[in-house]
Design a protein around this ligand. Structure first.
Ligand code: HEM
Length: 418
């Protein structure tokens, strides 16, 4: 078994490498380690609305067709075993793979409906004070520290506490939880080696054990959190099975964590590198929402998604066969000059930033969008209110993920307050 997997991973990597060396746009799009993917998105968009990769799938980086495909119910999710094109692993290695994110209706509808009420704008608005407190506590921790890395100390800390509170993970467990989330986040691209595969299985097992215990606890001691809600929920008179419970908890943790880390980090980076925008925000803290929206457009946390044709279908002159895969660059759509003027400029005053596809579209539109917007707005406003003269203190660093390219380091200098 081990040798077979070694071989599968090796083949997978060499096929990908070979095709991308030949200039194949699909292989270049999904291959890890691309420094700056935006020129490639531009190249694909300029070639055609969809480009066929010799590896068998289509790739697209324009706005109109992406928005249309995401809303077309003839295209769906691959289910647990085909999340990412070209993945070599044959077993699910990531909690999201069994979750409703990867399902089509009616299963998707049934499960999404259970969590959606926790995430409406009105419901999340009630958490604003609590989020303000979490943010203020994080800021207190590095008050007066001089030079700090905002990713581990701030961008990475706020979301884990917010999502833990929402899920009902007790405070003493937050740190352990953060460790798992950080170890599992890079696997959004699928897995590229046996070692990586085994490390991930390990995290998955620990996480499942943890949720299993927490679920048992919430069965006996229900509280005002999502997990308690899910444990006691009835769909058509039946409770959720353990598999759906675990997958849904895992999805909420993972979908709500790395994405929001990126949003807060990239928002801070945008402000630190665009003094005009920071000036606007200083004069009017109400502009934080516009900064968040432009960050989502300019460099969204999630770059890629994929859809599969559920039947033979024709869209915009493309004839798809059932089972065809399409990889869409949401980040590429967000730089489409047909929709956004000067798309490569970070400009929080642009009137239509909200047309971005950072939260995807159609039935899988991010359920946590209102929470992410609220949380990032509070975090950015508070950060620059506390540290009006915050400055970059070194080069930011990025991970090599393609689906969720993480900002991994953002060194800043916080001058002491006069
Ligand atoms: C789905 C982005 C924050 C929970 C999605 C999708 C995207 C996305 C692009 C759809 C993927 C697709 O269509 O293929 C983001 C971004 C976030 C963010 C950019 C923050 C900046 C959150 C938060 C939560 C969350 C805070 C919850 C705590 C979910 C869930 C789904 C989802 C449950 C699956 C929805 C479905 O399949 O119906 N998100 N997300 N997300 N997101 Fe988010």
């Amino acid at each position: 078994g081990h040798l077979r997997s070694q071989l599968a991973f090796l083949t997978h990597r060499s096929v990908l490498w070979g095709a991308s060396a030949l200039g194949d746009p699909g292989a270049r799009l999904v291959r890890r380690g691309t420094a700056d993917p935006y020129p490639l998105y531009d190249e694909i968009r300029a070639t055609a609305p969809l480009v066929r990769s010799r590896l068998g799938f289509y790739v697209g980086a324009g706005h109109a067709l992406s928005a249309r495909l995401l809303r077309d119910d003839r295209f769906g999710m691959p289910g647990p075993h085909g999340v990412f094109p070209l993945r070599a692993a044959t077993e699910p290695v990531h909690p999201i793979e069994d979750s409703f994110l990867m399902m089509d209706p009616p299963d998707h509808t049934r499960l999404r409906r259970l969590v959606a009420p926790w995430f409406t704008s009105r419901t999340v608005a009630r958490r604003a004070e609590e989020i303000e407190r979490i943010v203020a506590d994080c800021l207190d921790e590095f008050e007066g520290a001089g030079e700090v890395d905002l990713v581990p100390l701030f961008a990475n800390r706020v979301p884990v506490q917010v999502i833990c509170d929402l899920l009902g993970v007790p405070a003493p467990e937050h740190e352990r939880f953060r460790g798992w989330a950080n170890r599992i986040a890079p696997a959004f691209d699928g897995v590229n080696s046996v070692g990586e595969f085994e490390r991930l299985r390990q995290v998955m097992l620990e996480l499942q054990e943890f949720f299993t215990e927490l679920i048992a606890f919430r069965r006996r001691h229900p509280a005002e959190d999502i997990l308690s809600g899910l444990v006691h929920a009835k769909v058509d008179g039946e409770s959720l099975n353990t598999k759906d419970l675990l997958a849904t908890s895992g999805l909420l943790l993972l979908a709500g964590f790395g994405t929001t880390v990126n949003l807060i980090g990239k928002g801070a980076l945008g402000l630190l590198t665009h003094p005009d925008a920071l000036g606007h925000l200083r004069r009017d803290p109400g502009l934080a929402a516009a900064v968040v929206e432009e960050t989502l457009r300019y460099d969204p946390p999630v770059h890629l998604t994929a859809r599969f044709a559920r039947e033979d279908a024709e869209v915009a002159g493309f004839r798809f066969r059932r089972g065809d895969q399409i990889v869409l660059s949401l980040a590429g759509a967000n730089r489409d000059p047909a929709v956004f003027d000067h798309p490569d400029q970070f400009d929080p005053t642009r009137p239509n930033a909200r047309e971005h596809l950072a939260f995807s579209g159609g039935i899988h539109f991010c359920v946590g969008a209102a929470l992410a917007r609220l949380e990032a707005g509070i975090a950015l406003r508070a950060l620059f209110q506390r540290h009006p003269r915050l400055e970059l203190a070194g080069a930011p660093e990025r991970g090599d993920g393609r689906t969720l390219p993480m900002l991994t380091s953002l060194p800043v200098h916080c001058p002491r307050r006069a």
